[in-house]
Write a protein that binds this ligand. Sequence first.
Ligand code: HAM
Length: 437
Amino acid sequence: MSVIANRPYGTKDVLPAEVNKWQTVERCAAETAEYFGFREIRFPTFENTTLFKRSVGDTTDVVQKEMYSVTAKSRDNGKDPEEFTLRPEGTAGAARAAIENGLLNEALPQKVYYMISCFRHEKPQAGRLREFHQFGAEMYGSKDASADAEVIALARSLLDSLGLENVELFINSIGCPKCRAEYHKALKEYFGKHKDELCHTCLDRLERNPMRILDCKSPICQGIAKDAPVILDFLCEECSAHFEKLKTLLNDMGIKFSVDPKIVRGLDYYTKTVFEFITNDIGAQGTVCGGGRYDGLIEQLGGNPLPALGFAMGLERIIMTMENAGVEFVPENKCELYIATMGEAAQRKAAVLTNDLRADGFFVETDTMNRGLKPQMKYANKIGAVFTMVLGDNELETGKAKLKNMETGEQTDIALDERFAENFYYNITSLKLKLDS
Ligand code: HAM
C-alpha cells in the first residue's frame, strides 16, 4: 500500500498480532528486575548532546558517527542555540536523572531498570536497527565484585526465564585508568606499526584513545586488532583481585561463563568488569546483552564519586533469538464472549451487558458495525471468541439467552438478569478448568 511517506529506513512497526512477543519479554524483564530489587526509572528520549559526548566518549563510533542530533533555539530565544541528541543508549540518561534528582543521596545501593527506545545511525541489517529497544539495569553505590555478580545474575536469570539458557556469557576486565595507561602505551606501539593500514577514524584514535581501534567495524582494522596486546596482561593488583573475586562468585552461583580478553565494549565509560551475552543463532549481530562497571562516570557527570555498573539487552535481538529457539510467547488474550445482536433493542441491551462485563474484568465484544447476524458470527469466529450469545426480541422477552461454546457447539441457557456476570464467570471458569485438566 502506498502512503505519503514510508517508515524511516532502519525502523520497525510492531503490529497487534506480534505485540504479545514484546509484552512477553517486557513483562518478564520488569518482574525479574523487581525480584532483584531494581525499580523502574523513566527519563527523556533526548538529552543535551554534551551528556553523550562526555559519557559515551567522543572517540567512540556512537558519538562520532551514529548520533541523531539537532540544534534548537535556546530557551530564552537568545544567541546560544542548544544541541540535543536522541539517546543512543540509556546509561548516560539514567545516571543524569539519578544525579539531578538526588537519588544517589538516598540509601545505597540504588538499583534502577528501564525499557527504552534508542537511536543510532548505523547501517541496518538483521538485528541492527536505527531505532531499537533496550531493557537496561543500573546499580549505583557498590565497588565490590558481589555487585558485579548480582547484576550479571539478573541478566542470566532473565535470559533463562525467557527460555534462552543457551545464550552464553563472556566476561573480561578492562582495568582502571591506572592499568589502562600502561595498556594504551602497548597498544600505541602495536598499532603504530600498522599506521598505513588503519582507517581514517582509527588514525585519530591511535593518538586519542587507542583502545577504540579494537572495536572499529572496518574489516581491515578488525584484522589488525586480532593480534593486539590484551588488557588482562596489564591489570593492576586491585583490578586483578576484583576480577578473581567475580569469577569465584559466578562459579559459586553456578553461572557459567568464559573469559574473553578481546571484549572491550564500544563505549568509553567502562572500568574493570565488562561482559556480553552472545548467541550464534541470529547472524552477525549476536550480542543480545552488554554491560559492565563504570566507576568514574557519576563523578564525570558532576555527581559525587560513586561506583556503578549495569547492562542493557537489545529487545529486538532477544525476540529474534526466542523465535529462533521456538520459545512460546504468552498468547494474546482471547475474547471470552461475543454478543451478537438482532434489532435495536437487543443492541442497546448488549451495549449495557458488554460494558458491565468489561467492568467486571471480562474480555467481551459486541457489534458496533450494524451488521447482520451472519457476518457478526463470522467475525466472532475470526477473533476466536470462546463463547457467543445471540440477543434478539425473543431473548429480551423471555429474559434468557443461549451461551454457545464455540469449540464444541454446546449450548447452555443463561438468564439475562443481575446474576449474568456471576453465571458467565461460572461457565468460563469451568471451561478453563476442563481445558487445563
Ligand atoms: P551496547 O552494547 O551499546 O551497550 O548496547 C546494548 C545492547 O543493545 C546490545 O548488546 C544490543 O543487543 C543492543 N543494540 C545496540 N545497538 C543496536 C542496534 N543498532 N540495533 C539493535 N540492537 C542494538 C549499551 O548501550 C550500554 N548502555 C549498556 C550498559 C548499561 N552498560 C552499563 N549499563
